[in-house]
Design a protein around this ligand. Structure first.
Ligand SMILES: Cc1cc2nc3c(=O)[nH]c(=O)nc-3n(C[C@H](O)[C@H](O)[C@H](O)COP(=O)(O)OP(=O)(O)OC[C@H]3O[C@@H](n4cnc5c(N)ncnc54)[C@H](O)[C@@H]3O)c2cc1C
Ligand SMILES: Cc1cc2nc3c(=O)[nH]c(=O)nc-3n(C[C@H](O)[C@H](O)[C@H](O)COP(=O)(O)O)c2cc1C
Length: 771
């Protein structure tokens, strides 16, 4: 078997040596354009977990890397003159050239052939190779030449970065954040050898231009950066080495495998997919690709089968890492948004930015760091006038929060969930038990499902309504029960279904018209939800709008009379008000279409009518779809403009959901996947937000709150399986101040005892796993 490897970076070399070790008879040759000792680049860094994973594949390389690597556990976030240190993070680093030399030496010992200073131009140079491994890095010539086959896509990120070195010794991984008159700039730094550190400098395009970096030579750029980071460099120079300013290219390929005639080629490493340097995973991914390809060959025997197995089996892991890297890079692209935060919150935000590190992870690694965040958060709550025990502060989820006169006991919210179980819009015993038990379950705030201001505003015949006294009184009974037996506050969500109305129950064919008995629909524009399936809605006339505004106002008054503490207007998910906001569903040419000001005109009229009818001391929120997850949908600028308008009208909180505007949406799901939108709205506009979506643990709730992404955290589906989510969390954190219903007190004592033991055991297990 003849194997050609194009590119002698970490990916190509590691594959070559693993394969040669397993199959000594294979003829394996690595072609590399540089010399073996060319030192382009400075250090590389791995987490010590990553390094451990290489142990099983080649102990010799592992040991040599281990001996060469510098280890450190602390991460310092240096911001506004304060250094926030977080320990126990376990990283190791060495120079890129040292890593390459280790891999080259080991490859040579095993019999891998290496041809340096050999530029490869085309796959056709290796007609007799049985396998060609394409490991030629980020600017892969082979990928570009065969782009019709690999179908690569490159998303060039807006920030500018350059990779520099320094002789400055560093005792931790350091993020130096600087505010200059030109703008914000950050240095990501770590030591990789005695007296050698990597300095990756990153900034936004405007700041980069303000500094004049677009016109400066490498030497001038180094001079300027030395001045900017003079204090941090502590007299040491910055060292350039082909240090160009670049925009990070996020690269993906539809397929990683090319098999044509006798040619069988496969992409690995940066040629195949890149991950932003801020999660330090580029070398890890390249070497893990090498392992995955080696494993595929070992398991499959046949080359073609092995290559397609590699593509299938490895893709999910790579996409996960790329996703984490994208979330991380987005944080740095929006640094400005967090600039007003206190150092504690800022540092927590930096550490938890990619969602992989949470409140409890950090607590395990460095309890003192989390304690500082903990105390800072509690102190902030105290400054808002609440009694908070600063000696033994509650975790963020168990701190109170105020909106107008309403105070919630904790930050957990039962998200609105349509039960499709009403009769003529009247909530039934089902709602009584459902809402009652969620209130007893301890959440600070319980939302009622989308409730409709008129019969024709309903999504389905099973939806609740609030257009008459019977409905009001039935809700009133539920509110009374919840108030008598829990501390939960209750929020009514009012919404009109628009073009998504007259459909089947949630567990039937959702969003599909009723089999019989459909009622006519209205929307911003006459566009059906499902082309050819859904009804074509009538474009709303001014008279239709007047009626809907009146209906909403009446329902808001009923909600107030029923005793609700809060009111939410549903402007999300493609329903009537959302259909005005999204350009995908609003094609009007009158005063209600076109600009965001026009598209918001009718939703704001509805909001105003409700605000007028609902007690002024009680808060109101709006649920929005912050993105439509579809081309041509709501833009970021329009989202922010819409939120500013709502704030100006007296909206107290934005409930940040996404999508469901059009059926062709392509959401990007994942843990806490909608939190970046709540974060954006909150920190850009300065309004309280609630996040929702794939939040499943108390740990995530604390992480979201402590990092300042949201003020409240809503959970929907988790509350369907566990109404007692909050009570259980109070036991987990030993938070005795949480209200438990009196008849449940014996359960509380047991829950606290068991949780204490369980948590101690789990912590012990995790700590042992980290060693
Ligand atoms: C600013 C910055 C900071 C980074 N920091 C880190 C970090 O801290 N930790 C980390 O793990 N990763 C980091 N990386 C990423 C890391 O450098 C790469 O992801 C990693 O080296 C990818 O390995 P590879 O083998 O796929 O490609 P590369 O290391 O790029 O190797 C490709 C090789 O192919 C050779 N080559 C290219 N074309 C040809 C050709 N036509 N003919 C012959 N040879 C060719 C090149 O000379 C090169 O040696 C960083 C990247 C950047 C840009
Ligand atoms: C059964 C069900 C019914 C829902 N009904 C509503 C609703 O009436 N109003 C609303 O705004 N969102 C509704 N949603 C969306 C949820 O409030 C929430 O935004 C979504 O489920 C994501 O949160 P989760 O991942 O915690 O489930 C519903 C969700 C579910 C699962």
């Amino acid at each position: 078997m003849k194997v050609t490897v194009i590119g002698g970076g970490p990916g190509g070399l590691y594959f070559a040596l693993l394969a040669k070790k397993a199959w000594p008879r294979w003829e394996i040759t690595v072609y590399e354009r540089n010399r073996p000792d060319d030192t382009f680049g400075f250090g590389v860094v791995f987490s010590d977990q990553t390094l451990d994973s290489f142990k099983a594949y080649d102990l010799v390389t592992y040991e040599r890397i281990r001996r060469r690597f510098a280890y450190w556990g602390d991460v310092d976030v240096v911001y506004k003159g304060r250094t926030m240190r977080s320990g126990g993070n376990g990283f190791c680093g060495c120079s890129r050239v040292a890593l390459l030399n280790i891999l080259q030496d080991r490859g040579r010992e095993l019999g891998v052939q290496m041809r340096f200073q050999r530029e490869v131009e085309d796959l056709s140079e290796f007609p007799d190779s049985d396998l060609i491994v394409v490991a030629d890095g980020i600017n892969s010539i082979i990928r570009t030449k065969n782009e019709k086959h690999f179908l690569p896509s490159t998303d060039l990120r807006p920030n500018k970065f350059t990779w520099l070195g320094s002789t400055r010794p560093l005792d931790a991984f350091k993020y130096f954040f600087k505010e200059t008159k030109e703008g914000l700039i950050v240095a990501h730094c770590y030591q990789y050898e005695p007296d050698r550190s990597t300095w990756v400098i990153e900034t936004d395009e405007q700041t980069w231009r303000n500094f004049g970096f677009d016109r400066k030579s490498e030497q001038e750029m180094v001079q300027t950066l030395q001045e900017v980071f003079a204090e941090e460099l502590d007299g040491h120079p910055l060292i350039a080495n082909r240090s160009l300013w670049r925009n990070f290219p996020n690269i993906t390929n539809k397929t990683w495998v090319l098999t044509e005639g006798k040619t069988a080629a496969v992409l690995i490493g940066d040629a195949k997919a890149t991950a932003h340097f801020s999660i330090g995973s580029g070398t890890k991914l390249a070497m893990e690709d090498a392992v995955a390809l080696y494993e595929a060959l070992r398991k499959q025997g046949d080359v073609q089968q092995a290559l397609s197995f590699y593509d299938r089996a490895r893709r999910e892991e790579v996409e996960k890492t790329q996703h984490a890297a994208n979330v991380s890079l987005a944080w740095f692209e929006h640094m400005k948004r967090y600039w007003g935060m206190a150092p504690e919150q800022f540092a927590f935000g930096v550490m938890s930015r990619s969602k992989q590190i949470t409140w409890e992870n950090l607590e395990l690694r460095d309890p003192a760091f989390v304690k500082r965040i903990h105390q800072w958060f509690a102190n902030k709550v105290r400054e808002q006038g609440f009694e908070v025990d600063l000696q033994n502060p509650p975790v963020p989820m168990f701190t109170p929060f105020r909106l107008r006169d309403m105070v919630v006991e904790n930050r957990v919210v039962v998200s609105p969930m349509d039960q499709y179980s009403a009769v003529d819009g009247v909530p039934t015993d089902w709602h009584f038990v459902h809402l009652g038990s969620r209130a007893i379950g301890g959440a600070g705030l319980v939302y009622v499902e989308m409730t409709c201001p008129s019969p024709e505003a309903r999504i389905s015949p099973g939806c609740t309504g609030l257009w008459n006294e019977t409905q009001r009184d039935a809700f009133g009974k539920i509110v009374q029960f919840c108030k008598a037996h829990s501390k939960a506050k209750l929020c009514m969500q009012l919404g009109h279904s628009g073009r998504k109305g007259s459909t089947q129950l949630g567990w039937e064919r959702m969003d599909h018209p009723l089999e019989r008995g459909n009622w006519p629909l209205v929307s911003a524009s006459p566009i059906p939800y499902y082309e050819g399936v859904s009804q074509v809605p009538k474009q709303m006339s001014r008279a239709d709008m007047d009626k809907v505004v009146r209906d909403f106002g009446r329902s808001a008054a009923f909600a107030d009379q029923a005793g609700f503490d809060m009111l939410e207007i549903h402007m999300a998910h493609g329903y009537l008000l959302a259909s005005f906001i999204s350009p995908l569903t609003n094609h009007r040419r009158d005063d209600y279409g076109g600009s965001i000001e026009n598209r918001m005109r009718f939703p704001l009229e509805v909001f105003r009518a409700c605000r007028k009818a609902f007690d002024a001391n009680k808060p109101m929120s709006v649920r929005i779809s912050a993105t439509d997850w579809a081309p041509g949908g709501l833009s970021g600028e329009d989202l922010i403009a819409a939120v500013r308008m709502l704030k100006a009208e007296g909206c107290d909180l934005i409930d940040c959901s996404t999508g469901q505007t059009v059926p062709q949406q392509k959401p990007v799901y994942g843990r806490m996947y909608q939190a970046p939108f709540a974060d954006w709205v909150r920190n850009e506009v300065g309004i309280a937000t609630m996040t929702v979506g794939a939040v499943t643990t108390p740990d995530q709730v604390n992480t979201l709150l402590a990092s300042g992404k949201a003020d409240l955290v809503a959970l929907a589906r988790p509350h369907l399986t566990n109404p007692y989510f909050t009570l259980q969390a109070s036991a987990w954190y030993q938070h005795h101040a949480q209200h438990w219903p009196l008849p449940y007190l014996p359960g509380r004592d047991q829950a606290f005892r068991l949780a204490e033991r369980e948590r101690a055991e789990l912590t012990d297990l995790k700590l042992r796993a980290m060693k």
